[in-house]
Design a protein around this ligand. Structure first.
Ligand code: NAP
Length: 211
């Protein structure tokens, strides 16, 4: 059993919490408005879930998940996440949420923004290219034929290994794409994005992605 601090209590925060709770983990979940606004969500999630501020969730979690709109990245608490693995689920939708010049010109990746904000944390991009609602429902046991695969990328090898194991625990094959510099292969609009793929298909789609 591990405790996950979930920063962001929307589609991803809720559904990833459901998947983690179903495997016996605990979640401490936060939004920007305060835990008093999350009473119904926590009741719905059931035992093992509690609401907190983002600072408290970051501090309470042995691991963290960031599941917020990309423009809110700068609000993610820094100090309580020092040294921790931080799973970044965020995507870049410039038409809806505004352009980031350094993403547009390729000088930084989408999860690279969070890694820059959290220099002492181990950021791994994961769970960003699956519909949130499928996270608790699409997992199957290891070895299942045509098992769904999900990709990950991060600069810390041990953090990538942890996230690969978490994918497996939640029912997905893991495809490790290497460092954050390769994470754009999972961006919105790439052939890897949101479609259901097994590991071979995901590797093939990542290989033909174009920046
Ligand atoms: N939806 C999907 O299927 C899906 C799939 C893969 C990846 N993603 C990506 O995952 C991220 C989250 O998506 P979502 O669909 O879960 O979004 P969402 O439903 O809009 O939820 C976003 C959550 O973040 C909270 N939030 C906003 N600013 C915050 C801050 N400064 N501190 C703490 N919490 C904050 C919001 O609550 P308040 O505004 O009340 O604070 C809300 O609970 C996005 O970057 C998205 O692109 C989404």
């Amino acid at each position: 059993m591990a405790i996950f601090g979930i920063i962001g209590a929307g589609n991803i925060g809720r559904n990833l919490s459901l998947a983690l709770l179903a495997r016996g983990h605990q979640v401490v979940i936060a939004n920007s408005q305060g835990p008093q606004t999350l009473t119904a969500l926590v009741e719905d999630l059931g035992p093992g879930a509690r609401a907190a501020t983002a600072e408290e969730a970051a501090a309470a979690g042995q691991y963290a998940v960031v599941a917020i709109p990309l423009p809110a990245t700068q609000a993610v608490p820094v100090a309580p996440l020092t040294g921790k693995i931080v799973i970044d689920t965020c995507n870049y939708f410039p038409d809806r949420l505004g352009h980031v010049t350094r993403i547009d010109d390729g000088t930084i990746t989408v999860p690279g923004l969070l890694q820059e904000h959290l220099p002492l944390s181990k950021v791994v991009r994961a769970f960003n290219h699956i519909d949130a609602g499928k996270i608790p429902t699409d997992g199957t046991p290891a070895g299942t034929r045509d098992r769904r695969a999900l990709g990950l990328a991060g600069d810390d090898v041990s953090a990538r290994t942890f996230v690969a194991g978490l994918y497996d625990e939640l029912g997905f094959d893991a495809v490790d794409l290497g460092p954050l510099a390769e994470s754009w292969r999972l961006d919105a609009g790439q052939p890897t994005f949101v479609v259901r793929q097994n590991a071979d298909q995901l590797k093939a789609n990542a290989a033909v992605a174009k920046r």
